[in-house]
Design a protein around this ligand. Structure first.
Ligand SMILES: Nc1ncnc2c1ncn2[C@@H]1O[C@H](COP(=O)(O)OP(=O)(O)OP(=O)(O)O)[C@@H](O)[C@H]1O
Ligand SMILES: [Mg+2]
Length: 275
C-alpha cells in the first residue's frame, strides 16, 4: 500500500525540501518506488533535483490541479519527471500561486491535491509532498491528501508558538477532512552539536512534546555539504556519501520505514487479542 507523507512546517527554511529530497532518494535506495510532489510555488524541490528552471516547465503540478478542478482528463503519468537517483518528481512552480487563489472558489477545495495523488499513487510505495512555508490552502490540501505528517524543525529556534499552531491545524484537518491523518513525528534539522543551544532545543522539544509526539531519534547535523546539494541537483548520498549528514539521512530513512511496521505490529497485536 502506498504511504503519502507531507513534510510540513509553516516556518520557512527549516529543511522541508532538503528532507523531501534525501528521504525520497533514501527510500528509493532501499528499493522503494517514490514520487516526490513539489507543492510549493517557489519550486525549490524541483530546482534541487536539477530542474533548475521550474517556471519554464510546460506541465507541472499546477497544470494537473487545474485540470482536476475542471474535471478535465489527463494522462496518468503526465508531467512526471524522473531523477537519475531513482525517484519520480511531480514538479511545482510559480503557477501554484494562481492555483492556490482559484482553489478558494472551488468545490472540494481542500481535496483537489488528494484527487490528483489518488490518480497516480498506485505506481508508488511512497509519495512525499514538500509543502510551502504557510498554512494556506495548498498546505491544507497536502494534509488532506496525506496519511501522515513529518515536521522538520530547525534546531536554531525555539519552535514553541509555531508548533502549537501547526499541531492545531493538523488536528483540525483530522477532524474535518482527513480522519486517518497521523503525525509521524518531528525531525530536528541543522543541529550544530558544538553549540549548547542546539542541545537545549533538542532537550526542550523532547521534554515539552515528547509525550504527545515522536521526536525522531535521528538528528540531521548542520553541514555546508548539505546546503550545497540543491545547486548540484543531487542528494547528499551522491554529493558527500561518507559525511555525517548522509549517514543521518540514511538512518532517518530507516526510522521512517520502521514506523509503518510498528503500526502494523500494533494492529496485528490488537486483532490477535480481540479474537
Ligand atoms: N543540514 C543542513 N545543514 C546546513 N544547511 C542546510 C541543511 N539542510 C538544509 N540546509 C539549507 O538550509 C536552507 C533551507 O533548507 P530547505 O530549503 O530544505 O528548507 P525549507 O523548509 O524547505 O524552506 P522553505 O520554507 O523556504 O521551503 C537551504 O539553503 C538548504 O540548502
Ligand atoms: Mg522548501
Amino acid at each position: 500500500m502506498t504511504k503519502v507523507i507531507a513534510l510540513a512546517n509553516q516556518k520557512g527554511g527549516v529543511g522541508k525540501t532538503t528532507t523531501a529530497v534525501n528521504l525520497g532518494i533514501g527510500l528509493a535506495g532501499d528499493g522503494k518506488k517514490v514520487l516526490l510532489v513539489d507543492a510549493d510555488a517557489q519550486g525549490n524541490l524541483t530546482d534541487s533535483l536539477g530542474f533548475h528552471e521550474p517556471d519554464n516547465l510546460s506541465v507541472s503540478l499546477a497544470t494537473l490541479l487545474a485540470k482536476t478542478m475542471l474535471e478535465e482528463s489527463y494522462e496518468a503519468r503526465e508531467g512526471i519527471l524522473h531523477h537519475h537517483e531513482g525517484v519520480d518528481l511531480m514538479p511545482g512552480n510559480i503557477e501554484l500561486s494562481a492555483v492556490e487563489v482559484s482553489l478558494v472558489n472551488t468545490m472540494s477545495r481542500e481535496t483537489i491535491l488528494r484527487s490528483y495523488i489518488d490518480s497516480v499513487k498506485a505506481d508508488y510505495d511512497y509519495v512525499l509532498i514538500d509543502c510551502m512555508p504557510s498554512l494556506g490552502m495548498l498546505t491544507i490540501n497536502a494534509l488532506a491528501a496525506a496519511d501522515s505528517v513529518i515536521i522538520p524543525v530547525q534546531a536554531h529556534y525555539l519552535p514553541a508558538k509555531g508548533m502549537t499552531q501547526l499541531l492545531q491545524t493538523i488536528a483540525r484537518v483530522r477532524r474535518q477532512i482527513n480522519p486517518k491523518l497521523v503525525l509521524d513525528g518531528v525531525l530536528l534539522t541543522m543541529v550544530d552539536s558544538r553549540t549548547k543551544f542546539s542541545k537545549d532545543i533538542s532537550y526542550i522539544l523532547r521534554r515539552d512534546y515528547g509525550d504527545k509526539l515522536r521526536v525522531f531519534n535521528t538528528e540531521i547535523p548542520l553541514s555546508v555539504r548539505a546546503a550545497e546539494t540543491s545547486a548540484k541537483g543531487k542528494s547528499i548520498y551522491a554529493h558527500d556519501p561518507n559525511g555525517q549528514t548522509a549517514k543521518a539521512y540514511a538512518a532517518f530513512t530507516k526510522e521512517v520505514q520502521s514506523i509503518g511496521s510498528e503500526r502494523r505490529h500494533a494492529r496485528q497485536h490488537q486483532t490477535d487479542h480481540s479474537r
